[in-house]
Design a protein around this ligand. Structure first.
Ligand code: GDP
Ligand code: IMO
Ligand code: MG
Length: 426
């Protein structure tokens, strides 16, 4: 049976974790295909909240094998901490498989992430400072260490010695920081972490293909989102991997024909953490309402998220970039706070209308949204379980998104809990 991709359509935190968990109830494998612990995916089950950074969102089901694919960058200490946290809370993590080809986040990646941000000054990206960009940069430069290197101390030390010579020159001569000690890093990674990570390492490509070949359902869970994509996002205000659906192939080791379903997750309004353009951004009282009602603070870094109205130019572009087959609209309940709700239908800049994303980013920086104003519904949606329990105005909102995006809406999420959703699936 072909695979399903879950992809964020905006700037992250759309509710991918919740939807992955929801869709994983019939799934054998859930594979994370990119990103690292810059992600924060929240799942709420029976009032208990689980905030996951690295472990795929299928972990909460005992029938699911969570897999960390080759496209992910892994800090083994963070991974072990997360597994311990889950075990303490009664979740079995023994099935977790980590691709041996996944790259490792090393101590110098954190330092370089922090220093690069400092040197960028007011142009800084607002990264999560988790070493993500520097780890992917080393992967592309072919000097990264991979999870499988933990199994071979000689190779690990050799690679570390070579790479640390360059990193220490950079840290001490350019950034005026203290050099790092290869022995200390090797002791930590090989001595403390490797023995505990080794049992998790495996051939993720073989595992995924065996599942596909035997007709099992496979779900590919994206982190970050379309407009944080290194190639298609609002560069340079992006992450350093490819969250778009194409990244699911590369980051897992499957081809496009192995994917039959791409579920685009759309928050009913827009949020962004960190710097970069945001045409529909709100400020003042309206922004405060969205932040408070939507609890828009980073799962991971605690930063207040920037907020704005839903932007259909972005959603149309996300449908194109990911070949999205259906949408899941999350946080519809949060919009119950408003008498009138605005939706960005197109942009305007220099007297020109843009129904699709302008390719030149200087244009994106100066566009003005063209809004359509819709009536709100002002009623509590959080107990709705079927379409006829949604007010007509909320249904009209979903219909507008679907018709403008050109794909059906399969789910509307009306609260953080696992049961809080309405399904429109046939
Ligand atoms: P992800 O990174 O895409 O997995 O999203 P996050 O977990 O970072 O952020 C989404 C937040 O919204 C989490 O706190 C979820 O528990 C919460 N959430 C998800 N769906 C809904 C919903 O439909 N309504 C409300 N009110 N909260 C939701
Ligand atoms: P999930 O999976 C929201 C943002 C950071 C910053 C930019 C680059 O929970 O949706 P990085 O540390 O990746 O180099 O930072 O990307 N960012 C996210 N924003 N949700 C995320 O993940 C994010 N992961 C990274 O805020 O602007
Ligand atoms: Mg998140």
């Amino acid at each position: 049976m072909p695979a399903t991709v879950v992809v964020g359509t905006q700037w992250g935190d759309e509710g991918k974790g919740k939807l992955t968990d929801l869709l994983a109830k019939d799934v054998r494998l859930v594979v994370r295909y990119q990103g690292g612990h810059n992600a924060g995916h929240t799942i709420v089950v029976d009032g208990e909240t689980f905030a996951l950074q690295l472990v795929p969102s299928g972990v909460l089901y005992s029938h699911t094998t969570p897999v960390i694919g080759n496209g992910v960058v892994v800090d083994p200490a963070v991974l072990l901490e997360e597994c311990e946290m889950l075990e303490r809370r009664g979740i079995d993590t023994s099935r977790l498989v980590v691709s041996g080809n996944a790259h490792l986040i090393m101590p110098y990646h954190y330092e370089i992430d922090r220093m690069t941000e400092r040197f960028l000054g007011h142009n800084k990206l607002g990264t999560t400072k988790r070493g993500i960009g520097p780890a992917y940069a080393d992967k592309a430069s072919r000097i990264g260490l991979r999870a499988q290197d933990l199994l071979d101390p000689k190779i690990f030390r050799e690679k570390l010695d070579v790479v640390l010579r360059e990193k220490n020159a950079l840290l001490s001569r350019v950034y005026n920081r203290l050099p790092l000690d290869a022995g200390e890093i090797a002791d930590l990674y090989l001595g403390e972490l490797a023995p505990r990570v080794a049992p998790m390492l495996g051939d993720a490509v073989a595992l995924v293909h065996e599942a596909l070949d035997t007709g099992e359902q496979v779900m590919l869970e994206g982190a970050q989102a379309t407009f944080l994509d290194l190639d298609h996002g609002t560069y340079p205000f992006v992450t350093s991997s490819n969250p778009t659906a194409g990244g699911a192939c590369v980051g897992t080791g499957i081809g496009p024909r192995d994917i039959s379903r791409v579920v685009g997750i759309v928050k009913a309004y827009t949020t962004r953490v960190g710097s970069g353009p945001f045409p529909t951004e709100l400020h003042g009282e309206m922004a405060d309402i969205l932040v408070e009602r939507g609890h828009e603070y980073g799962t991971n870094t605690g930063r207040r998220r920037r907020t704005g109205w839903l932007d259909l130019v972005m959603i149309r572009q996300a449908v194109r970039l990911n070949s999205i087959s259906e949408l899941a609209i999350t946080k519809l309940d949060v919009l119950s706070a408003f008498d009138r709700i605005k939706v960005c239908m197109a942009y305007e800049a220099d007297g020109r209308r843009f129904d699709h994303m302008p390719y030149h980013q200087s244009v994106l920086h100066k566009v003005e949204p063209i809004y359509e104003e819709l009536p709100g519904w002002r009623s509590d949606l959080t107990d709705a379980t079927s379409a006829d329990e949604l007010p007509a105005a909320a249904r009209a909102y979903l219909e507008l998104v679907s018709s403008e995006a050109g794909v059906p809406v399969s789910f509307a999420s009306v609260g953080p809990g696992r049961q809080q959703y309405v399904s429109f699936a046939a």
